[in-house]
Design a protein around this ligand. Structure first.
Ligand SMILES: [Zn+2]
Length: 308
């Protein structure tokens, strides 16, 4: 049994069929965690659809309406880079509900993971790069609305810059945005995060961790957030089709553990989401996402051992 909750819904699948975004990965990750005994079914909570009022704290009513009614223009669908379907809309509403629930469980238990979400390219008024609704922004605004938190940090380790995140929170001092990404990669326009760690092509484990962990440590100590949302991209992996960094699977797990250890040492609750992952072999992407859960488990057990 895990020392924290996982959040998952069978309809997280974005219904993309053959696409570089393997939308069945949510189900495959869930199945792997249970099959290997990393998690048990009682560790898993099923989210509800986020409410429209939750989405509207982040997104324009025009964009939410277009997603609900399937009235996206051809150029909006081109920017989104995934075909629209009612299943896609339901999946992103569920992903947002999942990140809200993961945030709530993180505040209760210290740690929680949404086995979906991390749609960091979504802007307030349009979608981009496979991301229609910014689930993490929706979750943070909901937790703030409920009075559960004041300040949040988003730590985005997807290989691609968190452009939607940076833009949504550009004038919001209550949310600190940190993105570590490959500079020469999508998106072409990168609105500034509070901390952008721009990496050159081909960066490997040691250099990556040497940039991320000191940058995060300083951010946590100056900003003192009430919660950390971790957008855990699998795409800095050396065999990723859409990434140009060269991290190993063990380097990616060390990344996850390093982030969680810094947060736990400061008693900051952590809510994790997935993000991109386009490894040549799909099982590698699934394994990297699963390792984020294992990393969370290891860090919590280590902390408990030190405390006792
Ligand atoms: Zn990505």
């Amino acid at each position: 049994m895990l020392p924290f909750k996982l959040v998952y819904h069978p309809r997280y699948d974005l219904n993309l069929g053959t696409h570089v975004f393997p939308s069945e990965k949510f189900r495959l990750l869930y199945e792997l965690l249970l099959a290997e005994g990393i998690a048990e079914s009682r560790d898993v909570l099923q989210p509800e659809l986020a409410g429209d009022e939750d989405l509207l704290r982040v997104h324009t009513s025009e964009w939410v309406g277009k997603l609900k009614n399937g009235t996206l223009t051809p150029s909006e669908i081109m920017k989104l880079e995934v075909p629209y379907s009612p299943e896609l809309a339901e999946a992103v509403w569920l992903a947002a509900g999942g990140s809200i629930l993961a945030g709530q469980m993180a505040l209760r238990d210290g740690f929680a993971s949404n086995l979906g979400g991390g749609f960091h390219h979504a802007y307030a008024n349009h979608g981009e790069g496979f991301c229609a609704i910014h689930d993490v922004a929706v979750a943070i605004k909901r937790l703030q609305h409920d009075g559960a938190i004041k300040k949040a940090i988003i730590v985005d380790t997807d290989v691609h810059h968190g452009n939607g995140t940076a833009h949504i929170f550009r004038d919001d001092d209550s949310v600190f945005t940190l993105s570590i990404h490959q500079l020469n990669n999508y998106p072409a326009y990168k609105p500034p995060s509070n901390l952008d760690l721009d990496l050159n092509d081909g960066v490997e484990d040691e250099e990556y961790l040497g940039a991320l962990l000191p940058g995060l440590e300083k951010s946590l100590d100056t900003f003192c957030p009430d919660v950390l949302f971790y957008v855990g991209g699998a795409d800095p992996y050396c065999e990723d089709q859409l990434g140009g960094l060269r991290l190993s699977k063990s380097g990616l797990k060390a990344r996850d553990k390093g982030v969680f250890q810094l947060a736990r040492a400061r008693k900051i609750p952590v809510a994790t989401t997935l993000a991109g992952g386009y490894a040549r072999r799909l099982p590698d992407t699934i394994r990297i996402h699963a390792n984020t859960i294992v990393a969370g488990q290891e860090v919590i057990r280590e902390c408990a051992a030190h405390a006792s």
